[in-house]
Design a protein around this ligand. Structure first.
Ligand code: NAD
Length: 499
């Protein structure tokens, strides 16, 4: 059986560790590959390679670093279909969705191609008499990136193009559930001319993550995953002196006002609720219906759900399987909880008719009405194709509900009332907001990240905040004395003041 190894110093690194994980094709329900789980020593070898490469890469001219990124962009754009197929084979999302993920990642690569503008410092002439001040931004060093299963290409691409273009070197630890995309990307970066050691991939589990979090040679950690692990990563990484950005889980609400265009809203709710089988951190998982909109909205959503074709992502289907059978069973268990909690299961995705192998990890789109805010169907991040509905009486009650939730990743309002939309934007305590847009993932030149339990640390991914995260500033104050004037300033033990 094929074994996914590590990638260190520009080549596949055969693991000496005897620990392995299974990689599934979720649409077939079979193990297709195994993945090596790195030992502490192997992670140290990767960090050492990145450390060695840092000296020359951080001193490589910016124009050359950008040219490598530009070549990578060209290669990836030409071959993105191959990457999409790799993603579908290990994640299960339909190929067109996988292609969408790669395209959104490419936007960050394109952003990184123009990073020169954001690495410029400032310069003040004659800040004091004969004194000039300027600032620079420099790479931080070796960067660890730890990514989740749901975006095996896009999430690493939120970080490494910016980190590398800014002069850092990288050790990526992808999800052990779908590791092949990262290795394919590593080869492509090499083909684009990236020097060996600048980008390394370590496969594995907590052992690899813990070494990245504690190794003194790692300067910064970018993590994306569930909230409990994000919190752990943030606390452990910062306790070990690293800068850490740790993006966590989500529960994204769509507030629907009675004046909304219901066909448009129902399309958006279904697309954002069930795309990628609900395994998106920006998936809409709760419709907050301001009465009397619930009944007509539910009728339209139900009508659309009945048209969704669930099946193998390589066929002409809309929605693929879940990542593992355990995860599918866990997601499905919330349907039982909903019934026990007195909710109304409008569409039950268990036993869905599928266009695919019966052994795949299937669960069809599920719609649950009258969910109580105290039910774990609402309080937990389910991360699957379950869309809940909570009925509220007023706009204010809806906003209060959203603000009381522990997560604050994304949210959306659907309305034709500009005043209500504006008030929503101001009052809601969430990091990314859509107004008649259900998945408001910011463009690469803005920054991606939530509030509350959806982001630990104060810096979001990509955009200007991403550049800031992967660089640190220097402010230089200099005085060059005019040769025509005396250099002597006299003895003065007072604190320097501007003159
Ligand atoms: P996860 O937290 O299980 O795993 C994320 C990474 O952490 C993986 O690389 C994994 O190997 C590692 N990991 C797992 N357990 C660990 C442990 N005990 N110690 C150290 N490392 C550990 O997340 P997942 O299931 O792969 O991904 C889904 C989650 O990611 C969801 O909660 C989703 O909301 C979140 N997510 C968030 C964003 C965002 O931008 N906020 C984006 C994508 C996914």
């Amino acid at each position: 059986m094929a074994l996914v190894e590590h990638w260190i110093s520009g080549k596949a690194h055969k693991s000496s560790s005897k620990r392995f994980g299974d990689v599934y094709d979720p649409a077939l329900g079979v193990v297709t590959k195994q993945v090596s789980f790195a030992s502490v020593e192997e992670v140290q070898v990767a960090i050492g390679a990145a450390k060695t490469a840092f000296t020359s890469w951080s001193n490589t001219p910016l124009a050359v670093r950008q040219q490598v990124m530009f070549s990578f962009r060209e290669l990836l754009n030409a071959r993105k279909g191959e990457l999409a197929e790799i993603i579908t084979a290990e994640h299960g999302k339909v190929v067109s969705d996988a292609l969408g993920e790669v395209t959104r990642g490419l936007e960050v690569v394109e952003f990184a191609c123009g990073i020169a503008h954001l690495l410029k410092g400032d310069h003040t002439v004659n800040a004091s008499t004969g004194v000039d001040v300027h600032s620079t931004r420099e790479a931080v060093g070796v960067v660890g990136i730890i990514s989740p299963f749901n975006f095996p290409a896009m999430v690493p691409m939120w970080f490494f193009p910016i980190a590398i273009a800014a002069g850092n070197t990288v050790v990526l630890k992808p999800s052990e559930k779908n590791p092949s995309a990262a290795i394919w990307i590593a080869q492509l970066l090499k083909d684009a001319g990236l020097p060996d050691g600048v980008f390394n991939v370590i496969n594995g589990d907590k052992v690899a993550v813990d070494e990245l979090l504690t190794n003194p040679e790692v300067a910064a950690i970018s993590f994306v995953g569930s909230t409990p692990i994000a919190k752990y990563v943030y606390e452990t990484g910062t306790a070990n002196g690293k800068r850490v950005q740790a993006l966590g889980g989500a529960k994204n609400h769509m507030l629907v006002l009675p004046d909304a265009d219901l066909d448009f809203t129902a399309d958006a709710a279904v697309n954002a609720g069930f795309g990628s089988a609900g395994e998106r951190c920006m998936a809409i998982s709760v419709l907050v219906a301001v009465e009397p909109v619930a009944d007509p909205l539910i009728a339209k959503v139900k009508e659309r759900i009945e048209k969704i074709k669930t099946g193998d992502g390589r066929r002409a289907c809309d929605m693929g399987p879940l990542i593992t059978s355990q995860h599918r069973d866990k997601v499905a268990s919330y349907i039982e909880i909903a019934i026990k909690d007195g909710c109304d299961v409008v569409v039950d995705g268990r036993g869905v008719k599928i266009d695919g192998d019966e052994n795949g990890f299937w669960l069809g789109p599920t719609l649950i009405d009258k969910v109580k805010p105290t039910s774990s169907v609402y309080t937990d991040e389910i991360f699957g194709p379950i869309l809940s509905i909570i009925r509220v009486k007023t706009f204010a009650e809806g906003v209060d509900l959203i603000n009381s939730n522990r997560y604050g990743n994304g949210t959306a309002i659907f309305t034709n009332n500009g005043g209500a939309a504006r008030k929503f934007e101001r009052d809601v305590q969430v990091g990314m907001i859509g107004i008649n847009v259900p998945i408001p993932v910011p463009m690469a030149y803005y920054s991606f990240g939530g509030w509350k339990a959806s982001l630990f640390g104060d810096t979001k991914a990509h955009g200007a905040e991403g550049v800031h995260f992967f660089t640190r500033g220097k402010a230089i104050t200099s005085r060059w004395v005019d040769p025509a004037q005396s250099t002597a300033g006299g003895i003065n033990l007072g604190f320097p003041q501007n003159k």
